[in-house]
Design a protein around this ligand. Sequence first.
Ligand SMILES: [Zn+2]
Ligand SMILES: [Zn+2]
Length: 333
Amino acid sequence: MKACLLRSPAPIESNPLEFTDVATPKPAAGEVLVRVRACGVCRTDLHVIEGELPPRKSPVIPGHQVVGVIETLGEGAKRFAVGARVGIPWLHHTDGTCEYCRSGQENLCDHPTFTGYTVDGGYADYITAPEDFVYAIPEEFPDEQAAPLLCAGIIGFRCLRLSGIKPGGRLGFYGFGAAAHVAIQVARHWNVEVYASTRDPRHQKLALELGAQWVGGTFAEPPKKLDAAIVFAPAGEIVPAALKALRKGGVLVLGGIHMSPIPSFDYDLLYGERMIRSVANNTRQDGEGFLRLAAEIPIRTHIETFPMRDANRALNALKNDAISGAAVLAPEN
Ligand SMILES: [Zn+2]
Ligand SMILES: [Zn+2]
């Protein structure tokens, strides 16, 4: 099969993904083999490719927002039929036995595996995954529209939940890429006012089209104090600015898996019972809950499609803020 292979981490400007032939994987017991129809491109893929996340498998096929069709079933797999359309997310597997898994926090599992990072991902014609960790994809969504729901959507949803935002509340977004463009649709559905701070004019425009109350530059101060804010951009220098925008008791959620160092700041910015918390991965419950809601709203993802062989080009565009919404790769099979 064809796949985009990362042999060792390198700046995306050097186009490190090699579009090449590799062996088609075989599903182990309890796994499914999925023929990929679309794979979303995520900021985390960039962190894997550029080595900001320490390498865990080499070479590796990135990609963890996979929509495809089940081609074969591994021994004992029976949850889905051959031909069923499914989605494969970042959380590939958990041990099911650690203290976190046993207390409903499998997103914090001590021994997790991650799609497109610790195991091969979806920048390929085929991928395998444990059947218990894949999702049925609601019929409403075409393949390419559904792909960005699987990480950008699910993680954005978990960020919204952990922000504690209530209907009628005021919520800030810092950075307006794939996750924010989905999260704003959920927030608007909940009747939440969204204030979007982002440096890119195209992203500001999209935020306004999707119902933002206000848009401004990354460090511009929103006109009203916010009940909560989510930082989607991987830039630590945003944290003090975002704290400054919060009302007393407000919650600041950091949505990324990687962030540049957070500069020191005056305690005054945090005092007044403001809170900062990160978001790590997601539970399957988050995924199921979000996909149900996404179909009900319904969410409309804005996508830019690239042929799988052009993954480097898609990732360079992502790094340069040149994607409006989400980038999606389409295999040629
Ligand atoms: Zn666990
Ligand atoms: Zn992701």
